[in-house]
Design a protein around this ligand. Structure first.
Ligand code: TYC
Length: 102
């Protein structure tokens, strides 16, 4: 039992509880139909990659089946994946980008 004569101070911790938002991966999936050059163009346009970055990502997806492109907050990841997938669709290609929580 605690001694009532001993005064304890209330806890006054002011440590801020700041939480980072969870990040979401955007993943590029390979397919047999979309031209390599088109994939590179989409990566440059939507994900702000330069030619060599975009080429490397495209080739990794081509060889391994999928490639993580970048991580963003959920909203940004979903918007970019949708926009990039839509660019393929608008040009008649089955190019597909998906998202996944990190
Ligand atoms: N596999 C496609 C081809 O041979 C190119 C491609 C690469 C398509 C990566 C999609 O995510 C992709 N034309």
């Amino acid at each position: 039992m605690s001694d009532p004569r001993v005064k304890t101070r209330p806890k006054t911790s002011t440590k801020p509880k700041v939480q980072r938002p969870p990040l979401w991966k955007v993943i590029l999936l390979n397919d047999d139909y979309t031209p390599r050059e088109f994939v590179v163009q989409v990566l440059k346009a939507v994900f702000r990659m330069n030619e060599s970055q975009a080429y490397r990502v495209m080739l990794t997806a081509h060889q391994k089946g999928a490639c993580v492109i970048a991580v963003y907050t959920r909203d940004v990841a979903e918007t970019k994946a949708k926009e990039a997938t839509e660019l393929g669709r608008a040009n008649g290609f089955p190019l597909y980008f998906t998202t996944e929580k990190e």
